[in-house]
Design a protein around this ligand. Structure first.
Ligand code: ZN
Length: 142
């Protein structure tokens, strides 16, 4: 287990624009506010999405496409540095009109409406580095 200590610094409440991409919006927000470490949650609705399921044997993301409107029942993520710039890692739980759920690693999400609570954290530099075991970019502290 790797434990990195941070202090909560600032909370931002943000409404995203209709038709914006969720990942791009949060990434741009972090970059414009110079947030290098943080965590966030969001709720709202998406017009469409693409989710990833990481195959632990092949070390590749399998994609799940969602081409219809859905509730953004839950969205949680974090911000850290990747290649020296703020990077958003986002997971979502999406519900269709019958309340059926699809969930996973967010690859793309077209916003209908979204309310984001982002907490900026102060502490060491939290950098993603390639991990040989998982073949993912995971946290390291500089
Ligand atoms: Zn993920």
């Amino acid at each position: 287990m790797n434990v990195f200590e941070f202090n909560g610094n600032k909370d931002l409440m943000v409404r995203l624009k209709c038709d914006a991409d969720l990942i791009q919006s949060i990434t741009e927000l972090a970059r414009s506010k110079r947030i290098e470490a943080g965590s966030f949650t969001a709720i709202g609705a998406l017009k469409s999405a693409r989710l990833g399921f990481y195959d632990q044997k092949s070390h590749e993301y399998r994609e799940i496409g969602i081409d219809s409107a859905c509730e953004l029942a839950s969205c949680t993520g974090n911000i850290s540095l990747k290649d020296g710039v703020p990077f958003a890692h986002i997971h979502v739980v999406l519900a269709d009109e019958a309340g059926n759920i699809k969930a996973g690693h967010l690859l793309k999400g077209v916003v209908f409406a979204a309310e984001v609570h982002l907490r900026q954290l102060e502490g060491p530099k939290l950098e993603r580095k390639y991990d040989e075991v998982t073949r993912l970019s995971l946290w390291n502290v500089k």
